[in-house]
Write a protein that binds this ligand. Structure first.
Ligand code: UGA
Length: 422
């Protein structure tokens, strides 16, 4: 396993749990030290237990040397980062570097798997970088959600494997047989496309729902009821229909931008996807307007921001809508007091310039003219509203996650604004 990140670690522990011997290569030495000590450097439920299990069984070992890990392997998973380039494209430098560096060490007949999300055509480029015709490339995208990555890996809904020769894809599929997942074996370009199609579809679904929420506000409908009425149709389904502050994280924004970029360079006009991205931008701006209105302005006003991660049950703030919103508020002159259970006060954070990190929801609310709920941490629905009311300068709540009950909040004396609700 080359790369111990949000994809590499859950995949490694899944395979060791299934009884395979896994060597994880990671260049970041502090991360490597954590892993060797059996501690997960990322916050994922169930990870520490499976790490301990794999290490105790002698099935899970770690090295800082990818070549050494690859030399012993029948299958090498490339799980390194593919950051977003300036034009929106996914940058595959790390993938190509990894392939080049392990090439000479690979055993004849071994398989190199692209697990990272990579542009269509990358499998062919990796084959070129390997420079050998006795090792084979398989594209095997992952569909793990942060926060439930271990569960999603152990109980995958589908395994997609693409290769020039289906026998090679079959070998990769077999590794995950214990998941009981549906299997889709295809060519490499289709496997690579499936990953982008899935994430872009999810993003489009969310943008549609966020737009419907705005529509509901205009006509006096309640988007939560609209969701129920839509979602009972199994063709639509209930999942991924909750409006919010906009979608974020390390995947949906990056993958939609990359798909749009690939469309453009292939001269394919994709207004639906461009619209989903544009709608997301608007959603973030709409949240800032709601907060501004509720607080009676922004310049010099104190805003309590509850939640900074891109969703609950993760400590990841990459491309977080919450970060985007607090930065916009601070840029407009607001005094932002933020609380998030995964962000410790008293430290400097590059993404939280101009934002004060507080140690409790109550502290964040002190003296605030508006309280904005930006991430759906369950602890926010358990607070004593009367106590929060007593802390605030102006009792206004903008609930960008529709986490609280509007009636309860209003009974407690607050003005309440959700997303798409009356
Ligand atoms: C996403 C996909 O869901 C995974 O299937 C995929 O494997 C992963 O990207 C990836 O490419 O690696 P993740 O980034 O963990 O997973 O985040 P999601 O759970 O999809 O949430 C994305 C954003 O949508 C978050 O900001 C979340 O708050 C928002 N969201 C989600 C809503 O606003 N409403 C919903 O109903 C669901």
């Amino acid at each position: 396993m080359v790369g111990a990140g949000y994809v590499g670690i859950p995949t490694a522990v899944t395979l060791s749990h299934f009884g395979y011997s896994v060597i994880v290569a990671e260049r970041d030495l502090s991360r490597l030290g954590e892993l060797r000590a059996g501690r997960s450097p990322i916050r994922e439920e169930g990870l520490d237990e499976l790490l301990a299990e794999g290490i105790a069984a002698g099935l899970l070992t770690f090295t800082d040397n990818a070549t050494e890990a690859a030399a012993d392997a029948d299958v090498v998973f490339l799980c390194v980062a593919t950051p977003q380039g300036n034009g929106g494209e996914a940058d595959i430098t790390y993938i190509i570097d990894a392939a080049t560096s392990i090439s000479a060490a690979l055993r004849p007949g071994s398989i190199v798997v692209n697990k990272s999300t990579v542009p269509v055509g990358t499998a062919a480029r990796v084959q070129v970088a390997l420079g050998r015709d006795d090792v084979f490339v398989v594209s095997n995208p992952e569909f793990l959600r942060e926060g439930t990555a271990v569960h999603d890996s152990l109980h995958a809904e589908r395994i997609v494997a693409g290769s020039d020769d289906p026998r090679h894809a079959e070998i990769v599929v077999q590794l995950f047989a214990d998941t009981g997942a549906a299997v889709v074996i295809t060519d490499t370009a289709s496997a690579e496309t499936i990953k982008y199609a899935a994430n872009a579809f999810l993003a489009t679904k969310l943008s549609f729902m966020n737009a419907m929420a705005a529509f509901c506000e205009e006509v006096g409908a309640d988007v939560r009821d609209v969701r129920l009425g839509m979602g009972h149709d199994h063709r639509i389904g209930m999942d991924f229909l909750n409006p919010g502050p906009g979608w974020g994280g390390s995947c949906l924004p990056k993958d939609t931008a990359a798909l749009l970029y690939m469309s453009q360079i292939n001269n394919f006009d994709f207004p639906l996807l461009a619209g989903a991205i544009e709608t997301n931008e608007r959603q973030l701006a709409r949240m800032v307007s709601k907060i501004e209105e509720a607080a009676g302005g922004l310049d010099g006003r104190t805003i309590a921001a509850w939640g900074l991660t891109f969703k609950a049950n993760t400590d990841d703030r990459r491309s977080s809508p919450a970060i985007d919103i607090v930065q916009r508020l601070a840029a407009r002159g607001a005094i932002v007091q933020a609380y998030d259970p995964t962000v410790a006060p008293g430290q400097v954070y590059a993404d939280l310039d101009g934002v004060s990190v507080m140690s409790s929801p109550r502290d964040a609310a002190r003296g605030a003219h508006c309280l904005a709920i930006l991430t759906e941490w369950s602890e926010f629905s358990l607070v004593d509203l009367a106590d929060i009311y007593s802390q605030m300068e102006h009792a206004a709540i903008v609930d960008c996650r529709n986490l609280l009950s509007a009636a309860t909040v209003r009974e407690a004396g607050f003005s309440y604004q959700g997303v798409g609700i009356r």
